[in-house]
Write a new protein. Structure first.
Length: 540
C-alpha cells in the first residue's frame, strides 16, 4: 500500500459516510427508514473506502480486487434508494416487502458476474491501469454488455425514486416539502457525477468522483438530519396516519384557508364536492354552518359541544365534535391549525336509544309502582298502601291538631249479586263502585279496597258530622244507580261506618276496628245507611 494525496478525497468520503451510517443507527435507529438510510450510507462508505484502497495498492491484481469490492456499493445503492423513498413516502403503494427484496436480484447477479468476469467478460471486456501521476494509477475498464444492463437498471431505479419524491412533494405542505427537496438534492448529486463518468466527462474520475459526490450527498443529508430533523417524523408517518383516521382532519393555514384534508373529512363535510374545489376556501365561512369558530385562531385548543351536520342529499343527519390544535414553528410563530371532526353519530343515536329506553324503564317502573299500590279491579289503593299512609296521616293530624274520619263501607247483599247474576256482574259492580269512590272525594282523600266488597276511605280534616253528611250523599247516589248487565239492571246499596281521630282512637287498628263496628251497626239497623262510632251514635 502506498497512500498518496490522490487517495485522501475517497478516504475522507469513506470516513464521513460510514460515520453518518453509524450515527444514524445509534441515535435514530427507531426512526422510520433510518436503517435503510444507514445501509445506503454504508454502501457509499464502502465504495469510497475500497476505491481509496484500490488507488493505494501497488500490484494491479490487488487494485482490481479492491475495485471489485468498491463496485458493490453503487450496485446496491440504487435499489436501496427506492426502498428508502418507499419507507419515507409510502409510495408506490403496490411495492411490498417481497417486491422490495426482488429489486436486489439484479445487483446480486451483477456482483456474481463481476467476480467471475474472467470466465465470460460480460461485465468488463478488459481491465487495465490508467496512470494519474508518476507511480499512481487506477483501474480502467472496457465495458461489457452487462455493464449497460446494470447502468440502465440503476438509472431506472434512480429515475423512479426521483419521480416518486417529486410527485410526493407536490402534495405536501411547505414544511414537508423542504425535507423532500433535501432528499431529492442528495439523490441528484451522485447521480449527476455518475452520469459524467458514464460519458467520460468527469474530471474527478481518477479520484473516485462518484464516491466524492456521494459524500457531498451525505453532507446534504447530514444537514437535513440536524437542521430539518429528517427522521423525527417521516411524511409517511403523518400522511398514512392521517389518511387512515376515521376522524375528519382539516389543515388550515395562518390566514384561515383550507390547505389539506383527509378522505374522512371529505366524506363527512364535503361528500359531493371535488378536492380541488375545496382547497383554498375560507375555513371560517365553511364551518360557521355548524359551529361558532373562535375569533382568534391562535387559541391552542378548542372543543365544541356536539354539532349537527346540516342535511345533505341522500344522507341522514350526522353528529360530530370539533377540536382544534394550533400549529407553531420552532420560533413560536403561528402557522396554522389542525381541525379534527370526530363523528359521534352512532354514539349520539346510541345515547338517544338509551335515553329512550331509560325513559321507558322509568315510566314502566312508575307504572309497576302504581300497580303495586292499586287494586287491579277497582283502581283504588290496596290494603298494603293503607298500612303505609294512615300512620303518616295520623302523625300529621296529631302534629297540626286536626281530625281524620275513617270510613268503612260495604256493598249490601253482594253475595246475592254473585249468586244471581254471576261473578262477572259482581266484578263489574266493584269496578263501577271503585270509579264512583275515586271521583267522589277530594284530592287529599284516600280510597282503599280492603278486600271483597269492602272499602275504606280516609278523610283528613273532616269531623264526624261532616263525614256523615258527605257519605250519606254518596250512599244516595249509589242507591239511585242502575247497573246494566246483559240486558238486566243491577241495583246496589251501601252500608257505611265512620270513626274519627282522635275521638274514637289514636292508632290505625283502633280506628279501623271502630269504623268496622259502626259499619255492622248500620247493617244490623237494616242496611243502606250511615253510622258513626260515637257515644251518641249519629245515625243517617
Amino acid at each position: 500500500m502506498e497512500f498518496s494525496v490522490y487517495t485522501l478525497p475517497s478516504l475522507i468520503s469513506a470516513i464521513l459516510l460510514i460515520g453518518l451510517a453509524g450515527y444514524t443507527l445509534y441515535f435514530k435507529m427507531n426512526a422510520r427508514g433510518a436503517k435503510i438510510f444507514s445501509a445506503l450510507m454504508l454502501c457509499g462508505g464502502l465504495w469510497a473506502l475500497n476505491y481509496s484502497l484500490s488507488l493505494s495498492s501497488v500490484e494491479f491484481a490487488t487494485k482490481v480486487f479492491w475495485m471489485n469490492l468498491a463496485q458493490i456499493g453503487p450496485d446496491f445503492s440504487s435499489p436501496l434508494w427506492i426502498v428508502m423513498v418507499k419507507a419515507y413516502t409510502g409510495q408506490p403503494t403496490w411495492l411490498n416487502r417481497k417486491q422490495c427484496c426482488a429489486l436486489f436480484i439484479l445487483p446480486v447477479i451483477t456482483t456474481i458476474l463481476m467476480w467471475t468476469n474472467d470466465f465470460h467478460h460480460l461485465l468488463r471486456r478488459a481491465v487495465f491501469p490508467v496512470e494519474i501521476a508518476e507511480g499512481v494509477n487506477y483501474v480502467g475498464i472496457s465495458r461489457g454488455p452487462w455493464f449497460w444492463v446494470e447502468v440502465a437498471y440503476a438509472y431506472l431505479l434512480f429515475a423512479s425514486a426521483l419521480f416518486i419524491l417529486v410527485r410526493f412533494a407536490r402534495r405536501q405542505q411547505e414544511a414537508k416539502n423542504a425535507k423532500v427537496n433535501t432528499l431529492i438534492l442528495s439523490l441528484l448529486i451522485p447521480l449527476f457525477s455518475n452520469f459524467l463518468d458514464i460519458i467520460s466527462l468527469n474530471p474527478l474520475k481518477p479520484y473516485g468522483a462518484t464516491s466524492i459526490f456521494f459524500s457531498l450527498s451525505g453532507l446534504v443529508l447530514v444537514w437535513g438530519l440536524f437542521r430539518q430533523r429528517l427522521f423525527d417524523l417521516a411524511p409517511i408517518a403523518s400522511e398514512k396516519v392521517v389518511e387512515s383516521m376515521v376522524d375528519g382532519v382539516v389543515v388550515i393555514d395562518e390566514e384561515g384557508f383550507i390547505v389539506d384534508f383527509n378522505q374522512s373529512a371529505q366524506a363527512l363535510i364535503w361528500p359531493d364536492e371535488i378536492r380541488e374545489h375545496i382547497l383554498g376556501r375560507n375555513s371560517e365561512k365553511e364551518f360557521l354552518k355548524w359551529v361558532k369558530y373562535p375569533q382568534q385562531y391562535e387559541a391552542r385548543h378548542f372543543s365544541g359541544s356536539p354539532v349537527l351536520l346540516p342535511e345533505v342529499e341522500n344522507r341522514h343527519n350526522q353528529y360530530f365534535t370539533i377540536s382544534i390544535s394550533a400549529l407553531f414553528e420552532q420560533s413560536g410563530r403561528y402557522i396554522g391549525q389542525v381541525t379534527i371532526f370526530h363523528d359521534i353519530t352512532s354514539l349520539h343515536e346510541t345515547n338517544e336509544r338509551l335515553q329512550s329506553q331509560l325513559d321507558e324503564n322509568k315510566a314502566l317502573q312508575a307504572q309497576l309502582a302504581e300497580q303495586a299500590m292499586r287494586d287491579p279491579l277497582t283502581g283504588c289503593f290496596n290494603r298494603r298502601v293503607l298500612s303505609d299512609t294512615l300512620p303518616i296521616e295520623l302523625a300529621r293530624a296529631r302534629r297540626e291538631g286536626y281530625p281524620i274520619s275513617i270510613v268503612m263501607l260495604d256493598i249490601d247483599h253482594f253475595k246475592t249479586i254473585n249468586d244471581t247474576y254471576g261473578h262477572a256482574a259482581g266484578d263489574q259492580t266493584l269496578q263501577v263502585l271503585g270509579n264512583i269512590l275515586r271521583t267522589a272525594f277530594r284530592e287529599g282523600d284516600h280510597v282503599y279496597r280492603m278486600g271483597g266488597e269492602e272499602f275504606l276511605v280516609i278523610l283528613p280534616g273532616v269531623e264526624a258530622a261532616t263525614a256523615a253528611l258527605r257519605l250519606n250523599h254518596l250512599r244516595e247516589t249509589v242507591e239511585n244507580i242502575q247497573l246494566p248487565f246483559e240486558g238486566l239492571s243491577v241495583h246496589i246499596t251501601l252500608s257505611i261506618g265512620i270513626s274519627v281521630y282522635p275521638n274514637n282512637g289514636a292508632t290505625l287498628d283502633d280506628l279501623i276496628n271502630k269504623a268496622d263496628k259502626a259499619l255492622y251497626k248500620a247493617k244490623d239497623a237494616g242496611r243502606n245507611r250511615v253510622f258513626c262510632f260515637e257515644e251518641s251514635q249519629i245515625r243517617i
